[in-house]
Design a protein around this ligand. Sequence first.
Ligand code: DHB
Length: 300
Amino acid sequence: MVTITGLDLKNPTILAAGIMGTTGASLVRVAKEGAGAVVTKSIGPSPEEGHPNPSMLQLECGFLNAMGLPNPSYVDFTKEIEIAKKEAYVPVIASIFGGNADEFVKIVQGLSPAKPDAFELNLSCPHAEGYGAMIGSDPIIVKEITSEVCNNTDVPVWVKLTPNVTDIVLIGEAAASGGADAVVAINTVRAMAIDIASGYPILGNGFGGLSGPAIKPIAIKCVYELYDKLDIPVIGVGGISTWQDAVEMIMAGASAVQVGSAVFEGLDVFSSISSGIDSFLTEIGYDGVEDIIGLAHEMV
Ligand code: DHB
């Protein structure tokens, strides 16, 4: 068991935003498969269809996506959170996005009656005009949105950060000074692929965000830097598919890990990561995950 921002998780694996998080039923399914907590698909102020297809493609090193924040709006999504809350029996975290602090607050107020266990602020989607990383790359805006949200909710606020900046620590510090209870690092890395037969970019949006194994070392470095400088927990995400990846992320400084792309390999990824971590800890003689959080910092 781990406790993060006051939430008790039966194990340190969390379903990352954007994967199997569009309905209450799919969140319940992932929880039943062993995730310690689940995060919804990012929910915004109004219904969006998203970017034109193709919106996702598999590369040799991971996935490239530009879904374009498709979602039914917070008004329609409230009932999905209610379903997840009733049947998942693990913390349910609402990932939300808006274009400014007022929109974020409106969504927080709209979703609060469904009682999500925490909010994760998406300040990091790499390809949405006026949303995500476009505002999440500015420390002043990050601090303002975080503090407005914190003033309007009693549940923990996690801020998901973009790696597409010169210094992720500056953004993490802005979130912390706005009152964030944790930061989540990292969202996808801006990327693109081109079809050489036609000469056109493959994604409907032209470019998108890269996830999966290719970005793990980037995520490890970001988590390592954030752990060094922040006094709030860091939740690690990016390319984790095995218990060894998770242990590495925890040793870099993560208090828990999120799993996204690896879900495509099978939903047993959560139970195999958490049981692998447990066996590793027992074998080495540690009492729990907290004994290895940030361990890599003691070694240099
Ligand atoms: C989408 C992509 C992201 O990386 C994200 O954080 C949120 C949404 C999307 O394309 O829908």
